[in-house]
Design a protein around this ligand. Structure first.
Ligand code: HEC
Length: 173
């Protein structure tokens, strides 16, 4: 009887150990996603700006982002969904590999944070539409981990007139 109990206890601790190791692995994979998003987003090379201009915009009334200034850019894959004026085409569905970066600025010179949308449906951090959501400070500090799959972002970005979650067109005609 006592042996049985010991066996059960040993089994329990082994399982707990395996579970702990696995969840650590998951955290590591998740933070690698954030790191990758950060590296891809902090360079402006190869991006096209919303409405073809890098001028700063004042945040819109509908913004869920605290910083007063912003500007948004699209990597070459995402830019295929822009029209000649640099606005998102009506009904656009962004292809795999699309990266959209909104720079959030505290004042007219300093970027405080990047808000990132990266279409990568194979990622473990992807939401149901294949988007990975990043929210990372300019110094690399992760504000909202990608592993949260945009839980703090999606409901607002699903509002009427969004285009594949994009809201720039709605607030900046
Ligand atoms: C309460 C509403 C709201 C919430 C919550 C919100 N956003 Fe936004 N977001 C906006 C609006 C409005 C814009 C358009 C630009 C602006 O005014 O800031 C925008 C723009 C963006 C853009 C530029 C692309 C585009 O056209 O929409 C990205 C990328 C983005 N948000 C990412 C995020 C992420 C990541 C989160 C969650 C951590 C988030 N947003 C949470 C309202 C929101």
């Amino acid at each position: 009887m006592r042996n049985k109990l010991q066996l059960i206890l040993i089994l329990f601790f082994c399982l707990a150990g395996v579970w702990t190791i696995n969840s650590c692995k998951k955290d590591k994979v998740a933070s690698e996603v954030d790191q990758q998003l950060y590296e891809m987003s902090k360079t402006t090379a190869g991006f096209v700006w919303y409405k073809n201009t890098d001028s700063l915009l004042g945040k819109s009334s509908g913004s869920g982002h605290a910083e007063p200034f912003l500007r948004t850019r699209y990597n070459s894959i995402a830019a295929t969904q822009l029209d000649t004026n640099g606005k998102v085409q009506a009904g656009a569905v962004f292809p795999e590999g699309s990266l959209i970066v909104k720079e959030l600025l505290d004042n007219s010179t300093t970027i405080g944070r990047y808000a990132i949308l990266y279409k990568q449906s194979g990622s473990e951090a992807a939401d149901a539409k294949g988007w990975v959501w990043g929210y990372i400070d300019a110094d690399g500090t992760v504000n909202q981990p990608a592993s949260k799959k945009g839980s703090a972002c999606i409901s607002c970005h699903s509002q009427a007139e969004n285009i594949d979650y994009m809201l720039m067109n709605k607030y900046f005609q």
